[in-house]
Design a binder for this molecule. Structure first.
Ligand SMILES: Cc1ncc(COP(=O)(O)O)c(C=O)c1O
Length: 408
């Protein structure tokens, strides 16, 4: 009894300590006007501007890569779904939660991704967690790029499989890992297509070749390539002309697709298995009808308005090139996610403050989300921006960099 009490108080103390340390950091930043997280946007102003704290700002931190947030067709689809089905569902998908709009959405995703079938979940995070931990387990190997998203890492840890990581985007390192797998063991290789903090693209042709050669399953997270890569925005397979190379095509409905949720597309037997074995499908309520309908309409808009993918590519090139010319290190990005390396956390916070005071909405990403010394602005462009707006935003970022002595 006495021992239990001591154990309890140790647990309580470490919890208190974690809370204290984090809150001290947050409060310290707030006191110095360096805290810019969790600010509520009160209104959309067109595709590229938002109202924050009563001020209209250019949005350079959005995941809405094709500028589809607020698109009239997508909004109308959400309204119609509420009128038809209400705001919620009757429960989990397997029991009374499935609506016709879920089925239509999954068919739309499968067709867009060139797959036999698709399954949806209520978030991208839950999708990775549940899919990885359902597909592999004890005795299997899951091999993951070191910069893969946290939801993949958590899925790998939860699975109980041997969790092996390889140096970021280093295919030689991946091959070495594959060579060291016990013979006969099942292998699942997982990578982001576009890395969420760096904007660079996985060496997909080599990755596919290695998975084939070493008989490994391949899962790719297309959170940041859906609508971004490929002539028609279909993603990384289209970008490299390697259609049909991915076994488990994962993506989110919360970035280019202005809704919420996650999906996996693949072979019919895989999808049917996940419908009956993945816990986030079986034990969590279905995607709300408005979100499902908005997501479905978004895939249609991507195909109906191909200029958006083209414009996003053009804007990304302008943004990357312009920031480089202004003296910033943007790592190896080739996409709409442009890291502006600041170095220390403090430099990233100060840059954010200077930019936001000039009505340019960028946000910092600091350690431990990125390695120490590589704190940054994680700036993004979308298809909704015009060339002159992008120039102005880059000037603001440049002046912010000058103010703190990062560029000359
Ligand atoms: C690569 C990647 N995968 C998965 C997720 C999780 O998706 P969601 O935000 O839809 O839960 C994210 C979100 O940031 C992501 O960047």
């Amino acid at each position: 009894m006495e021992k239990e009490k001591t154990q309890d108080s140790i647990t309580a103390d470490s919890i208190s300590e974690r809370i204290r340390v984090m809150n001290a950091r947050v409060d310290g930043l707030k006191e110095q006007d360096l805290y810019f997280y969790n600010q509520p946007i009160t209104e959309l102003r067109g595709g590229s501007r938002v109202l924050v704290n009563g001020r209209e700002m250019g949005m350079y931190a959005s995941y809405s890569y094709l500028g589809l947030v607020g698109h009239p067709k997508i909004n109308a689809a959400a309204h119609q779904a509420i009128d038809r089905y209400g705001t919620g569902t009757h429960g989990v998908r397997s029991l009374a939660g499935t609506l016709m709009v879920h089925r239509e959405l999954e068919e739309t995703i499968a067709s867009f991704k060139g797959a036999e079938a698709a399954i949806t979940y209520t978030s991208g995070y839950a999708t990775n967690l549940t899919v990885v931990s359902t597909l592999v387990g004890r005795g299997d190997y899951v091999i993951s790029d070191k910069l893969n998203h946290a939801s993949i890492v958590d899925g790998c840890l939860m699975s109980g499989a041997k969790f092996v990581r390889f140096r970021h985007n280093d295919m030689q390192a991946l091959e070495e890992r594959l060579q060291h797998v016990e013979s006969g063991a099942t292998k699942l290789v997982i990578a982001d297509s576009v890395f969420s903090m760096d904007g660079d693209i996985i060496d997909f042709p080599k990755l596919v070749e290695l998975c084939r050669r070493y008989d490994a399953w391949l899962m790719i997270d297309e959170a940041h390539s859906l609508g971004v890569l490929g002539k028609t925005g279909r993603g990384i397979e289209e970008h490299f002309g390697l259609e049909g190379s991915i076994d488990i095509k994962m993506g989110t409905l919360s970035k280019t697709i202005p809704s919420v949720g996650g999906y996996v597309a693949g072979k019919k037997d895989l999808i049917q298995y996940l419908r009956h074995a993945s816990r986030a499908y079986i034990f969590s309520a279905a995607l709300p009808p408005a979100s499902a309908a908005a997501a479905k309409a978004s895939f249609e808009v991507i195909l109906e308005e191909p200029w958006r993918v083209e414009k996003l590519n053009k804007n990304s090139k302008q943004f990357i090139q312009g920031l480089k010319e202004r003296g910033f290190d943007t790592l190896f990005t080739e996409t709409a996610i442009v890291p502006v390396i600041c170095g220390t956390d403090e430099a990233a916070f100060s840059m954010t403050r200077a930019a936001q005071h000039k009505d340019t909405f960028v946000l910092p990403v600091v350690s431990p989300a990125v390695p120490p010394g590589l704190s940054r602005l994680r700036a993004t462009v979308t298809a909704a921006h015009e060339a002159d707006e992008i120039e102005k935003a880059m000037d603001v970022i440049y002046n912010a960099g000058k103010e703190i002595g990062m560029v000359n």
